[in-house]
Ligand binder design. Structure first.
Ligand code: PLP
Length: 398
Protein backbone atom coordinates (compact mmCIF):
# COMPACT_ATOMS: atom_id res chain seq x y z
CA UNK A 1 0.00 0.00 0.00
CA UNK A 2 1.10 3.55 -0.71
CA UNK A 3 1.94 5.81 2.21
CA UNK A 4 -0.53 8.67 2.62
CA UNK A 5 2.23 11.14 1.79
CA UNK A 6 4.77 10.51 -0.93
CA UNK A 7 7.52 13.12 -0.88
CA UNK A 8 8.40 15.21 -3.89
CA UNK A 9 6.16 16.60 -6.58
CA UNK A 10 3.80 14.08 -8.13
CA UNK A 11 4.83 13.58 -11.75
CA UNK A 12 1.58 13.66 -13.71
CA UNK A 13 3.03 12.42 -17.00
CA UNK A 14 -0.30 11.52 -18.58
CA UNK A 15 -1.35 12.75 -21.98
CA UNK A 16 -3.97 14.66 -20.03
CA UNK A 17 -4.92 15.79 -17.56
CA UNK A 18 -1.58 17.58 -17.36
CA UNK A 19 0.22 19.55 -14.67
CA UNK A 20 -1.51 22.82 -13.88
CA UNK A 21 1.04 25.61 -13.51
CA UNK A 22 0.93 27.60 -10.28
CA UNK A 23 -0.06 30.82 -12.07
CA UNK A 24 -3.12 29.07 -13.46
CA UNK A 25 -3.97 27.44 -10.12
CA UNK A 26 -3.72 30.80 -8.38
CA UNK A 27 -6.06 32.38 -10.89
CA UNK A 28 -8.57 29.56 -10.36
CA UNK A 29 -8.24 29.93 -6.58
CA UNK A 30 -9.25 33.59 -6.64
CA UNK A 31 -12.69 34.30 -5.20
CA UNK A 32 -15.62 33.24 -7.32
CA UNK A 33 -17.23 36.24 -8.99
CA UNK A 34 -20.78 37.17 -10.01
CA UNK A 35 -21.34 35.56 -13.39
CA UNK A 36 -23.83 38.32 -14.28
CA UNK A 37 -21.65 41.19 -13.08
CA UNK A 38 -19.33 43.60 -14.89
CA UNK A 39 -16.12 41.87 -13.77
CA UNK A 40 -17.27 38.60 -15.30
CA UNK A 41 -18.48 40.39 -18.42
CA UNK A 42 -14.98 41.75 -19.04
CA UNK A 43 -13.49 38.30 -18.41
CA UNK A 44 -16.05 36.66 -20.70
CA UNK A 45 -15.34 39.08 -23.53
CA UNK A 46 -11.61 38.62 -23.09
CA UNK A 47 -11.43 34.81 -22.99
CA UNK A 48 -14.01 34.32 -25.75
CA UNK A 49 -12.03 36.65 -27.97
CA UNK A 50 -8.52 35.48 -27.12
CA UNK A 51 -9.20 31.72 -27.11
CA UNK A 52 -9.75 31.95 -30.88
CA UNK A 53 -5.99 32.42 -31.38
CA UNK A 54 -5.43 28.99 -29.82
CA UNK A 55 -7.54 27.46 -32.60
CA UNK A 56 -6.19 29.87 -35.24
CA UNK A 57 -9.71 30.95 -36.13
CA UNK A 58 -11.50 34.24 -36.63
CA UNK A 59 -14.82 32.52 -35.99
CA UNK A 60 -16.59 31.92 -32.69
CA UNK A 61 -15.36 29.47 -30.06
CA UNK A 62 -17.98 28.12 -27.70
CA UNK A 63 -16.90 27.19 -24.18
CA UNK A 64 -18.84 24.61 -22.18
CA UNK A 65 -18.50 23.59 -18.56
CA UNK A 66 -17.97 19.95 -19.48
CA UNK A 67 -15.34 17.37 -20.33
CA UNK A 68 -14.25 16.86 -23.91
CA UNK A 69 -16.93 14.21 -24.40
CA UNK A 70 -19.57 16.91 -24.01
CA UNK A 71 -17.97 18.92 -26.81
CA UNK A 72 -17.98 15.78 -29.01
CA UNK A 73 -21.72 15.51 -28.49
CA UNK A 74 -22.24 19.26 -28.91
CA UNK A 75 -20.50 19.24 -32.30
CA UNK A 76 -22.76 16.45 -33.56
CA UNK A 77 -26.12 17.61 -32.20
CA UNK A 78 -25.68 21.19 -33.34
CA UNK A 79 -24.69 20.57 -36.93
CA UNK A 80 -26.44 17.30 -37.82
CA UNK A 81 -29.83 15.56 -37.78
CA UNK A 82 -30.93 12.16 -36.48
CA UNK A 83 -30.20 9.44 -39.04
CA UNK A 84 -27.44 11.42 -40.78
CA UNK A 85 -24.50 9.38 -42.02
CA UNK A 86 -21.06 10.44 -40.89
CA UNK A 87 -17.64 9.17 -41.93
CA UNK A 88 -15.06 8.58 -39.23
CA UNK A 89 -11.60 7.06 -39.18
CA UNK A 90 -10.42 4.50 -36.66
CA UNK A 91 -7.15 6.02 -35.49
CA UNK A 92 -7.59 4.39 -32.07
CA UNK A 93 -9.66 4.34 -28.90
CA UNK A 94 -10.86 7.96 -28.97
CA UNK A 95 -12.01 7.78 -32.59
CA UNK A 96 -13.86 4.61 -31.61
CA UNK A 97 -15.49 6.26 -28.59
CA UNK A 98 -16.63 9.24 -30.67
CA UNK A 99 -18.23 6.88 -33.20
CA UNK A 100 -20.01 4.99 -30.39
CA UNK A 101 -21.35 8.25 -29.02
CA UNK A 102 -22.57 9.18 -32.50
CA UNK A 103 -24.37 5.84 -32.89
CA UNK A 104 -25.94 6.16 -29.44
CA UNK A 105 -27.52 9.53 -30.20
CA UNK A 106 -28.99 8.31 -33.48
CA UNK A 107 -26.42 9.08 -36.16
CA UNK A 108 -25.15 6.43 -38.58
CA UNK A 109 -21.37 6.48 -38.23
CA UNK A 110 -19.16 4.63 -40.66
CA UNK A 111 -15.78 4.00 -39.06
CA UNK A 112 -13.12 3.42 -41.72
CA UNK A 113 -10.86 0.73 -40.26
CA UNK A 114 -7.40 1.72 -39.08
CA UNK A 115 -4.53 -0.16 -37.44
CA UNK A 116 -4.06 2.11 -34.37
CA UNK A 117 -0.46 2.69 -35.48
CA UNK A 118 -0.75 5.01 -38.45
CA UNK A 119 -2.58 8.30 -39.12
CA UNK A 120 -5.82 9.00 -40.96
CA UNK A 121 -5.58 7.84 -44.57
CA UNK A 122 -6.96 10.80 -46.50
CA UNK A 123 -7.00 8.77 -49.73
CA UNK A 124 -9.41 6.26 -48.15
CA UNK A 125 -11.67 9.15 -47.12
CA UNK A 126 -11.57 10.57 -50.64
CA UNK A 127 -12.43 7.18 -52.16
CA UNK A 128 -15.39 6.73 -49.81
CA UNK A 129 -16.68 10.24 -50.44
CA UNK A 130 -16.47 9.78 -54.22
CA UNK A 131 -18.69 6.70 -53.87
CA UNK A 132 -21.24 8.76 -51.97
CA UNK A 133 -22.75 10.42 -55.04
CA UNK A 134 -25.99 11.19 -53.24
CA UNK A 135 -24.10 13.07 -50.53
CA UNK A 136 -25.67 11.03 -47.74
CA UNK A 137 -22.55 11.61 -45.63
CA UNK A 138 -23.01 14.87 -43.76
CA UNK A 139 -19.74 15.07 -41.85
CA UNK A 140 -16.23 13.67 -41.81
CA UNK A 141 -14.98 13.36 -38.21
CA UNK A 142 -11.33 12.77 -37.42
CA UNK A 143 -9.10 12.89 -34.36
CA UNK A 144 -6.12 15.22 -34.84
CA UNK A 145 -3.95 13.65 -32.13
CA UNK A 146 -5.06 10.14 -31.19
CA UNK A 147 -4.28 10.10 -27.48
CA UNK A 148 -4.56 6.32 -27.19
CA UNK A 149 -1.70 5.69 -29.60
CA UNK A 150 0.45 8.80 -30.04
CA UNK A 151 -0.33 9.24 -33.72
CA UNK A 152 -1.02 12.70 -35.16
CA UNK A 153 -2.97 13.04 -38.40
CA UNK A 154 -2.65 15.57 -41.20
CA UNK A 155 -5.90 17.51 -41.07
CA UNK A 156 -5.13 19.64 -44.14
CA UNK A 157 -4.90 16.41 -46.17
CA UNK A 158 -8.40 15.43 -45.03
CA UNK A 159 -9.70 18.83 -46.18
CA UNK A 160 -8.01 18.32 -49.55
CA UNK A 161 -9.58 14.85 -49.81
CA UNK A 162 -13.07 16.24 -49.18
CA UNK A 163 -12.52 19.00 -51.75
CA UNK A 164 -11.00 16.62 -54.32
CA UNK A 165 -14.11 14.45 -54.03
CA UNK A 166 -16.25 17.57 -54.53
CA UNK A 167 -18.16 16.58 -51.40
CA UNK A 168 -20.09 19.05 -49.21
CA UNK A 169 -19.60 17.18 -45.90
CA UNK A 170 -18.59 19.18 -42.85
CA UNK A 171 -15.13 18.51 -41.43
CA UNK A 172 -15.13 17.94 -37.67
CA UNK A 173 -11.83 17.61 -35.85
CA UNK A 174 -11.13 16.37 -32.34
CA UNK A 175 -8.31 18.58 -31.04
CA UNK A 176 -8.76 17.50 -27.41
CA UNK A 177 -5.13 16.47 -26.96
CA UNK A 178 -3.53 18.51 -29.74
CA UNK A 179 -4.62 22.07 -29.09
CA UNK A 180 -1.84 24.33 -27.80
CA UNK A 181 0.60 21.42 -28.05
CA UNK A 182 0.62 20.53 -31.76
CA UNK A 183 -0.06 23.13 -34.45
CA UNK A 184 -3.76 23.28 -35.32
CA UNK A 185 -5.08 25.76 -37.90
CA UNK A 186 -8.85 25.78 -37.91
CA UNK A 187 -9.43 28.39 -40.61
CA UNK A 188 -6.47 27.64 -42.86
CA UNK A 189 -7.23 23.90 -42.88
CA UNK A 190 -10.91 24.47 -43.58
CA UNK A 191 -12.21 22.68 -40.50
CA UNK A 192 -15.85 23.29 -39.64
CA UNK A 193 -16.05 22.21 -36.01
CA UNK A 194 -13.14 21.67 -33.64
CA UNK A 195 -13.71 19.84 -30.38
CA UNK A 196 -11.39 20.46 -27.45
CA UNK A 197 -10.95 20.08 -23.70
CA UNK A 198 -9.12 22.19 -21.12
CA UNK A 199 -6.97 19.56 -19.41
CA UNK A 200 -4.16 18.96 -21.88
CA UNK A 201 -2.25 21.57 -23.89
CA UNK A 202 -4.24 24.37 -22.30
CA UNK A 203 -2.79 23.37 -18.90
CA UNK A 204 -6.07 23.76 -17.00
CA UNK A 205 -7.69 21.16 -14.80
CA UNK A 206 -10.45 19.12 -16.50
CA UNK A 207 -13.80 20.86 -16.73
CA UNK A 208 -13.96 23.12 -19.78
CA UNK A 209 -14.61 22.04 -23.34
CA UNK A 210 -14.73 23.89 -26.62
CA UNK A 211 -16.30 23.97 -30.07
CA UNK A 212 -14.66 26.22 -32.66
CA UNK A 213 -17.31 26.74 -35.33
CA UNK A 214 -17.06 27.79 -39.00
CA UNK A 215 -19.69 29.87 -40.77
CA UNK A 216 -20.67 26.76 -42.77
CA UNK A 217 -21.24 24.80 -39.54
CA UNK A 218 -23.25 27.68 -38.10
CA UNK A 219 -25.46 27.68 -41.19
CA UNK A 220 -25.87 23.90 -40.89
CA UNK A 221 -26.91 24.32 -37.26
CA UNK A 222 -29.84 26.52 -38.28
CA UNK A 223 -31.56 23.60 -40.04
CA UNK A 224 -30.05 20.74 -38.01
CA UNK A 225 -32.70 18.43 -36.64
CA UNK A 226 -31.40 17.21 -33.30
CA UNK A 227 -33.31 18.27 -30.20
CA UNK A 228 -30.80 20.22 -28.11
CA UNK A 229 -30.88 22.74 -25.33
CA UNK A 230 -27.87 22.73 -23.03
CA UNK A 231 -25.47 22.26 -25.97
CA UNK A 232 -27.22 24.70 -28.30
CA UNK A 233 -24.76 27.00 -30.08
CA UNK A 234 -27.45 29.55 -30.92
CA UNK A 235 -28.37 30.49 -27.39
CA UNK A 236 -24.74 30.38 -26.30
CA UNK A 237 -23.63 32.76 -29.04
CA UNK A 238 -26.48 35.15 -28.28
CA UNK A 239 -25.31 35.45 -24.66
CA UNK A 240 -21.60 35.41 -25.57
CA UNK A 241 -22.08 38.55 -27.66
CA UNK A 242 -22.37 40.43 -24.35
CA UNK A 243 -19.62 38.43 -22.64
CA UNK A 244 -22.11 36.25 -20.76
CA UNK A 245 -23.35 32.64 -20.80
CA UNK A 246 -26.93 31.29 -20.79
CA UNK A 247 -26.27 29.50 -17.50
CA UNK A 248 -23.72 29.60 -14.69
CA UNK A 249 -20.38 29.10 -16.42
CA UNK A 250 -17.30 27.59 -14.76
CA UNK A 251 -16.22 31.07 -13.65
CA UNK A 252 -13.05 30.02 -11.85
CA UNK A 253 -11.84 27.83 -14.70
CA UNK A 254 -12.39 30.77 -17.04
CA UNK A 255 -10.18 32.87 -14.75
CA UNK A 256 -7.57 30.14 -15.17
CA UNK A 257 -8.08 30.04 -18.95
CA UNK A 258 -7.23 33.73 -19.24
CA UNK A 259 -3.91 33.14 -17.47
CA UNK A 260 -3.17 29.97 -19.45
CA UNK A 261 -3.61 31.95 -22.68
CA UNK A 262 -1.32 34.68 -21.26
CA UNK A 263 1.34 32.04 -20.60
CA UNK A 264 1.01 30.35 -23.99
CA UNK A 265 1.28 33.75 -25.68
CA UNK A 266 4.25 34.77 -23.57
CA UNK A 267 6.09 31.61 -24.64
CA UNK A 268 4.73 31.92 -28.19
CA UNK A 269 2.72 29.14 -29.81
CA UNK A 270 5.53 28.20 -32.18
CA UNK A 271 7.91 27.79 -29.25
CA UNK A 272 5.25 25.75 -27.43
CA UNK A 273 4.94 23.41 -30.42
CA UNK A 274 8.74 23.13 -30.78
CA UNK A 275 9.11 22.30 -27.07
CA UNK A 276 6.57 19.48 -27.42
CA UNK A 277 8.23 18.15 -30.61
CA UNK A 278 11.62 18.11 -28.93
CA UNK A 279 10.36 16.27 -25.85
CA UNK A 280 8.68 13.76 -28.16
CA UNK A 281 11.94 13.16 -30.04
CA UNK A 282 13.87 12.72 -26.78
CA UNK A 283 11.28 10.31 -25.41
CA UNK A 284 11.18 8.21 -28.55
CA UNK A 285 14.98 8.05 -28.60
CA UNK A 286 14.91 6.63 -25.06
CA UNK A 287 12.17 4.12 -25.89
CA UNK A 288 14.00 2.87 -28.96
CA UNK A 289 17.23 2.69 -27.03
CA UNK A 290 15.52 0.42 -24.49
CA UNK A 291 14.71 -1.82 -27.43
CA UNK A 292 10.96 -1.20 -27.27
CA UNK A 293 8.64 -0.35 -30.11
CA UNK A 294 6.89 2.98 -30.33
CA UNK A 295 3.18 2.45 -31.05
CA UNK A 296 3.27 4.91 -33.95
CA UNK A 297 5.02 3.35 -36.95
CA UNK A 298 4.85 6.34 -39.29
CA UNK A 299 7.63 8.80 -38.47
CA UNK A 300 5.72 11.62 -40.19
CA UNK A 301 2.89 11.09 -37.68
CA UNK A 302 4.85 10.79 -34.42
CA UNK A 303 2.94 12.71 -31.79
CA UNK A 304 4.51 15.71 -30.05
CA UNK A 305 1.99 15.15 -27.23
CA UNK A 306 2.65 11.61 -26.06
CA UNK A 307 4.58 8.48 -26.85
CA UNK A 308 2.85 5.10 -26.83
CA UNK A 309 5.30 2.42 -25.70
CA UNK A 310 4.76 -1.26 -26.50
CA UNK A 311 5.85 -3.58 -23.72
CA UNK A 312 8.00 -6.58 -24.55
CA UNK A 313 5.94 -9.75 -24.99
CA UNK A 314 4.95 -11.34 -21.68
CA UNK A 315 5.37 -8.17 -19.61
CA UNK A 316 2.50 -6.16 -18.19
CA UNK A 317 2.33 -2.44 -18.87
CA UNK A 318 -0.04 -1.99 -15.93
CA UNK A 319 2.34 -3.76 -13.52
CA UNK A 320 5.15 -1.47 -14.65
CA UNK A 321 2.96 1.63 -14.24
CA UNK A 322 1.98 0.48 -10.75
CA UNK A 323 5.64 -0.01 -9.83
CA UNK A 324 6.49 3.45 -11.14
CA UNK A 325 3.67 5.03 -9.13
CA UNK A 326 4.79 3.30 -5.98
CA UNK A 327 8.51 3.86 -6.38
CA UNK A 328 8.61 7.28 -8.01
CA UNK A 329 5.25 8.94 -7.34
CA UNK A 330 4.68 9.24 -11.09
CA UNK A 331 1.54 8.55 -13.14
CA UNK A 332 1.78 7.32 -16.73
CA UNK A 333 -1.09 6.69 -19.15
CA UNK A 334 -2.55 3.20 -19.42
CA UNK A 335 -3.13 1.25 -22.61
CA UNK A 336 -6.70 1.78 -23.84
CA UNK A 337 -9.08 -0.61 -25.60
CA UNK A 338 -7.18 -3.31 -27.49
CA UNK A 339 -3.89 -1.90 -26.14
CA UNK A 340 -4.81 -2.46 -22.47
CA UNK A 341 -1.83 -3.76 -20.50
CA UNK A 342 0.22 -3.99 -23.72
CA UNK A 343 1.04 -0.31 -24.05
CA UNK A 344 1.77 2.50 -21.64
CA UNK A 345 1.72 6.14 -22.62
CA UNK A 346 4.24 8.80 -21.68
CA UNK A 347 2.69 12.26 -21.76
CA UNK A 348 4.93 15.17 -22.78
CA UNK A 349 2.23 17.77 -22.96
CA UNK A 350 1.36 21.00 -21.21
CA UNK A 351 3.58 22.69 -18.65
CA UNK A 352 6.93 20.86 -18.63
CA UNK A 353 10.60 21.39 -19.35
CA UNK A 354 13.71 19.24 -19.91
CA UNK A 355 14.05 18.06 -16.28
CA UNK A 356 10.51 16.69 -16.44
CA UNK A 357 11.26 14.82 -19.66
CA UNK A 358 14.52 13.41 -18.31
CA UNK A 359 13.11 12.63 -14.87
CA UNK A 360 10.23 10.76 -16.47
CA UNK A 361 12.50 8.64 -18.64
CA UNK A 362 14.98 7.97 -15.84
CA UNK A 363 12.25 6.91 -13.39
CA UNK A 364 10.76 4.52 -15.96
CA UNK A 365 14.16 2.99 -16.56
CA UNK A 366 14.86 2.64 -12.83
CA UNK A 367 11.54 0.85 -12.31
CA UNK A 368 12.20 -1.47 -15.24
CA UNK A 369 15.57 -2.38 -13.81
CA UNK A 370 14.13 -2.92 -10.33
CA UNK A 371 11.23 -5.07 -11.52
CA UNK A 372 13.12 -7.11 -14.10
CA UNK A 373 11.60 -5.77 -17.32
CA UNK A 374 14.22 -6.58 -19.95
CA UNK A 375 15.65 -3.50 -21.65
CA UNK A 376 18.91 -1.99 -22.79
CA UNK A 377 19.97 0.52 -20.18
CA UNK A 378 20.95 4.06 -21.17
CA UNK A 379 17.61 5.49 -22.36
CA UNK A 380 18.20 8.65 -20.39
CA UNK A 381 21.53 9.17 -22.14
CA UNK A 382 19.80 8.74 -25.51
CA UNK A 383 17.28 11.40 -24.49
CA UNK A 384 20.06 13.71 -23.31
CA UNK A 385 21.66 13.44 -26.73
CA UNK A 386 18.46 14.69 -28.32
CA UNK A 387 17.99 17.48 -25.83
CA UNK A 388 21.63 18.49 -26.31
CA UNK A 389 21.05 18.64 -30.06
CA UNK A 390 23.25 15.64 -30.88
CA UNK A 391 20.61 13.28 -32.18
CA UNK A 392 21.13 11.25 -35.31
CA UNK A 393 18.18 11.48 -37.72
CA UNK A 394 15.53 8.77 -37.20
CA UNK A 395 14.78 6.60 -40.24
CA UNK A 396 11.34 7.19 -41.70
CA UNK A 397 10.02 3.82 -40.47
CA UNK A 398 11.32 1.87 -37.52
N1 PLP B 1 -10.78 12.96 -27.50
C1 PLP B 1 -9.48 12.77 -27.21
C2 PLP B 1 -8.49 12.77 -28.33
C3 PLP B 1 -9.09 12.57 -25.89
O1 PLP B 1 -7.80 12.38 -25.60
C4 PLP B 1 -10.07 12.57 -24.87
C5 PLP B 1 -9.69 12.34 -23.47
O2 PLP B 1 -8.58 11.95 -23.15
C6 PLP B 1 -11.40 12.77 -25.22
C7 PLP B 1 -11.71 12.98 -26.55
C8 PLP B 1 -12.49 12.75 -24.21
O3 PLP B 1 -12.35 13.85 -23.39
P1 PLP B 1 -12.88 13.81 -21.87
O4 PLP B 1 -12.21 12.67 -21.20
O5 PLP B 1 -12.43 15.16 -21.36
O6 PLP B 1 -14.35 13.69 -21.94
Amino acid sequence: TRPSYQPGRHFLQLPGPTNTPLRVSEAIARPTIDHRGPEFQALGHEVLSRVRAMFKTEGPVIIYPSSGTGAWEAALVNALSPGDHILMYETGWFATLWSRLAARIGLVPELLPGDWRTPVDAAAIETRLREDRAHAIKAVCVVHNETSTGVTSDIASVRRAIDAAGHPALLMVDTVSSLAAADYRHDEWGADVAVCGSQKGLMLPPGLSFNAVSQKALRASESAGFVRSYWDWGEMLAFNRDGFFPYTPATNLLQGLKVAIDMLEEEGLDAVFARHERAGRATRAAVRHWGFEVQCIDASADSPVLTGVRMPEGHSADALRAAILERSNMSLGSGLGQLADKVFRIGHVGDFSDPATLGTIAAIEAAMRATGVPHRSGGTEAAIEVLAGEETPVPSTQ
